[in-house]
Design a protein around this ligand. Structure first.
Ligand code: AMP
Length: 192
């Protein structure tokens, strides 16, 4: 089983972001869960991939050919899927993953997160989605969602299309509770 992680191609200005990316990688690998991600070696993306690889779990990068030719592609992955463009990339990342996690990042991360939430809202998938809210990074987003609910643009029940947690352990436990039983195959998401 693999989880897809969306996160910054930059490190952010606080050391805690890098620490959280390492912790997320460790936590996934510690539970025998592999990583699917954007295939870059840069920023929090590279940190997360390295943390999973260092613990012997599989990491699959999915990258468009236009980006793979540049130095950004991580050269040490279990598998690097080079796809034709951004749309096939996202479809492939979704296909390979049992759940989605967003960590701090910028426009790329936001776009990926919004898309999987939207697809879930429309019923195109039912995979769990979680936000790792490091240092309250996503608080303004959560406030925006609450405002959209109050103002009648998001249905109240759709507020629960994603989970939020401050630590990888807590987030994986919450996502695990939403996974279909057959996906778990002996993996105990409460154990670290
Ligand atoms: P951002 O949050 O704007 O830094 O973008 C990060 C997200 O967009 C990641 O989850 C990736 O899937 C994708 N992405 C952005 N930049 C790169 C890159 N240099 N290499 C691979 N993927 C990237």
């Amino acid at each position: 089983m693999k989880f897809c992680v969306f996160c910054g191609s930059n490190f952010g200005v606080r050391e805690e972001y890098r620490q959280a990316a390492v912790a997320m990688g460790k936590c996934l690998a510690g539970k025998g869960i592999g990583l699917v991600y954007g295939g870059g070696s840069v920023g929090l993306m590279g940190v997360t991939a390295d943390a999973v690889l260092a613990r012997g779990e599989e990491v699959v990068g999915v990258i468009p050919e236009s980006m793979a030719t540049r130095e950004v592609a991580h050269q040490g992955l279990t598998e690097l899927d080079v796809v034709r463009g951004m749309h096939p990339r996202k479809a492939r990342m979704a296909e390979l993953s049992a759940a989605f996690i967003a960590m701090p990042g910028g426009f790329g991360t936001f776009e990926e997160l919004f898309e999987v939430i939207t697809w879930s809202q429309l019923g195109f998938h039912a995979k769990p989605i979680g936000l790792l809210n490091v240092l309250g990074y996503f608080d303004p987003f959560l406030e925006l969602v609450d405002q959209a609910v109050r103002e009648g643009f998001i249905r109240p029940e759709n507020r629960s299309l994603f989970e939020v947690a401050g630590t990888p352990e807590e987030l994986l436990e919450k996502l695990g509770q939403r996974l279909p039983v057959e996906e778990l195959r002996g993996i105990d998401l409460k154990e670290i």
